[in-house]
Structure formats: structure tokens, C-alpha cells
Design a protein around this ligand. Structure first.
Ligand code: SAM
Length: 235
């Protein structure tokens, strides 16, 4: 587990809102420069536009992963999901990649719910408040986008028989991550994946430890805050 307390960037980001914005914006700009060496101009333009429109809470490289994986997974049967929408930035990247595949979007749209002691010091209730109506407008051009406002996992009631090719969990905190992994992991299609953000945080790690206590799963940490959980293989 990363020692976040000893990381100067984390210490600055936690102390000052201004530092948080400056570090995020500089990081995003540098990441875009790196991406520009490898990726298509249209993909870069999309990521730049989404950052400007939505205050997306991902680095440019992480945003690219969301787009790229959603595009690859759109060839599989199964629906798509994002839990943790905020202002719809990462949802828009999925929308651009998914074609006609149904996309289920879950958020309180009132910010983070109550946190657990595992999350304290990093996240508080009410962080990342959004607006359901604003996100609905932002994504209104895309087909098959289904909103589930309110507290997940209660808002997933009725979806028990669905199967999913791509799930993006960007929920920051222990209880939400645990609920997301528990609900979606057994419902992945063959070849389906879960892309997780915030894998460095103690609450999220704790959720992983509890859900995947026994063997038989594959977690692929990426060189960012993200990891990929590969769905159970067919026996
Ligand atoms: C960091 S933000 C998501 C950022 C967004 N994916 C982006 O790229 O801009 C985390 C979001 O998770 C939502 N969230 C966390 N736990 C939740 C839960 N149990 N039910 C519904 N929404 C939840 C919060 O409301 C918040 O909007």
C-alpha cells in the first residue's frame, strides 16, 4: 500500500485547495503532452474538451484509459456502468466510445455519502456535489443512457439479472467500493472488466481485501490511480 502520508504532493493537496487545483491542472497539461506523442489528435481533442466542460477528476492518461477500455469492451455483449459520475466527465468519454450499448450511471448527485473511519483524512461526506439535471443535459445527445440517482447499491435494485462488459467504479470510499465490487464482479460477461479509480486509498484497498479475500481473481494495477479487475474466467 502506498505511504501517502510521506508523499509531498499528497500533503500539499490535502492542506490547500489552491495547491490541489494547481497540481491537478499542471499534471493534466503535462500528461496531455505525453499523450500527444502516442495518441490520435481526435482522442486528445476529446479529452481536452471534456476536461474544460466537466472538471473531470482524472488525469489525462486515466481519462484515456476510460475511453480506450470502453471502446474495446463495446464489442462484447453486455451493458456498461459507471458508479461515480460527478459532473459527467468520465461518463461522456464512455458515451463517446460505447455506440448503442446501454450505459447505467449511478450517483447521489449530492456528493459523497457518509464515510467510514478507513476513509477519514482523505474524503468527507458531501465532497464532489453534482446536479442530475446538468449531467442529463450534458449527455442528452447519446442514446441508451440510464440514470440511477441516489445512494448505490440501493439504486441498483432491479438490475440483478443484467450482465456487464465494462464497469467504471470511481467512488473514492470504502463502503461504495465494496458494494460496487460485490454487485458487479459476479455480473460481468466473459471478458468483462471493472476499471477502478482511487486504488491507492486505504478504504478502497480495504474493500478489495474483503471482497477478494479468496483466490481466483485477477487485479491489474496500472501506472496511475487505476487498476483493472478482470472478470471471472469461464470454467
Ligand atoms: C470523484 S467523484 C467522480 C468523478 C468522475 N468520475 C469524473 O471523472 O469526473 C466520486 C463520485 O462518487 C459518488 N459516490 C460515491 N459513493 C456513492 C454511492 N454509494 N452512491 C452514489 N454515488 C456515490 C459521489 O457522489 C461523487 O460524485
Amino acid at each position: 500500500m502506498p505511504d501517502l502520508e510521506r508523499n509531498w504532493m499528497y500533503r500539499m493537496v490535502r492542506r490547500s485547495r489552491m495547491a490541489r487545483h494547481v497540481i491537478r491542472d499542471i499534471g493534466f497539461a503535462l500528461d496531455m503532452q505525453l499523450l500527444a506523442a502516442y495518441k490520435e489528435p481526435e482522442e486528445l481533442a476529446l479529452i481536452r474538451r471534456v476536461k474544460k466542460e466537466s472538471d473531470i477528476y482524472l488525469t489525462a492518461g486515466e481519462a484515456y484509459m476510460v475511453y480506450s477500455l470502453a471502446r474495446a469492451q463495446s464489442r462484447l455483449p453486455g451493458e456498461m456502468v459507471e458508479v461515480g459520475v460527478y459532473r459527467g466527465g468520465s461518463s461522456k468519454l464512455i458515451c463517446e466510445a460505447k455506440g448503442d450499448t446501454p450505459l447505467h450511471l449511478f450517483d447521489t448527485f449530492e456528493g459523497l455519502p457518509e464515510t467510514h473511519p478507513y476513509d477519514r483524512g482523505f474524503f468527507q461526506r458531501g465532497l464532489f456535489p453534482g446536479s442530475l439535471e446538468a449531467v442529463q443535459n450534458y449527455l442528452s445527445a447519446y442514446p441508451n443512457v440510464i440514470f440511477h440517482p441516489g445512494l448505490f447499491p440501493q439504486t441498483a435494485e432491479g438490475l440483478e439479472d443484467r450482465r456487464f462488459s465494462f464497469v467504471h467504479l470511481d467512488v473514492d470510499i470504502y463502503a461504495s467500493m465494496k458494494a460496487g465490487l460485490e454487485f458487479f464482479y459476479p455480473r460481468l460477461v466473459e471478458g468483462g472488466i471493472i476499471l477502478v479509480h482511487d486504488y491507492q486509498y486505504p478504504g478502497v484497498r480495504r474493500a478489495f481485501d474483503e471482497v477478494f479475500a479468496e483466490n481466483g481473481h485477477t487485479i491489474i494495477p496500472l501506472n496511475s490511480s487505476q487498476c483493472i479487475v478482470r472478470g471471472p474466467c469461464a470454467s
